[in-house]
Design a protein around this ligand. Structure first.
Ligand code: FMN
Length: 216
């Protein structure tokens, strides 16, 4: 076993990549996010659009999973999934969610808290049909989050779908589509030496955003 308690305790990195200052950040956090997202793309990070999405169930028990950011709009962040999945059911009950991006190579984290709503069917269609055929079929044959009694069952369904839709165009299932997360708070975290990290939190006001610095 490699991870002895001593090795785990000694895993430590001093962060010194860059600095985050009130004077130089954008006034709008979506614009600031766009800048950081560009930096993540320029750095050629693996899956820079992957983020941890947290939801709560009817008993307020949290749950988290990774999904992929697919659009950045002035109103918020878009991702796609199965509306009948565990997360879909959670969000139907409680529209409050959080998102977390970590870009370790840049020593950065972004935390978002907000409310979620479904995007329009037209917009979901547009994205669905832009995906490769196999991904479209994957969405059709997967009852995401439900128990699967045998893997062969799903593989056979995929094969049938490939045979069928090799000739005719598939239709987006109504239970598959996008969500828009509208932020109420966005925090940008930049690692700094000696654990004195920079944290700037934007909080939505009626018309604008305020920016506050937090102790690390
Ligand atoms: C890198 C990565 C990207 C993923 N992207 C998505 C995605 O965009 N949409 C999605 O529904 N699931 C995605 N998943 C799978 C989810 O993490 C999760 O397993 C699935 O959505 C079921 O979650 P749920 O049962 O909580 O609803 C991704 C997983 C990983 C590791």
């Amino acid at each position: 076993m490699k991870h002895t308690p001593e090795i785990l305790a000694a895993l430590r990195k001093n962060y010194c990549h860059s600095e985050l200052l009130e004077e130089t950040v954008e006034a709008n956090p979506i614009h600031q996010f766009r800048l950081w997202f560009d930096n993540a793309l320029e750095a050629e990070l693996l899956e820079p659009n992957a983020f941890c999405l947290s939801t709560v169930d009817s008993l307020n028990r949290p749950d988290s999973r990774i999904v992929l950011l697919k659009a950045i709009k002035e109103e918020g962040f878009v991702f796609y999934t199965n509306y009948n999945s565990k997360k879909g059911n959670d969000m139907a009950l409680k529209a409050h969610v959080s998102m977390n991006f970590v870009w370790l190579e840049l020593e950065r984290q972004v935390r978002v808290r907000g409310t979620v709503e479904k995007i329009s069917a037209e917009e979901s269609d547009q994205y669905f049909y832009s995906r490769p055929l196999e991904s479209q079929l994957g969405a059709i044959v997967s009852s995401q989050s439900e128990k699967l009694t045998s893997k062969t069952l799903m593989e056979n369904a995929m094969q049938e779908a490939l045979n069928k839709y090799g000739v005719e165009k598939p239709t987006r299932p109504e239970h598959w589509g996008g969500y828009l997360i509208k932020p109420i708070e966005i925090e940008f975290w930049q690692g700094r030496p000696n654990r004195l990290h920079d944290r700037l939190r934007y909080v939505k006001t009626e018309k604008n955003w305020t920016i506050e610095r937090l102790y690390p």
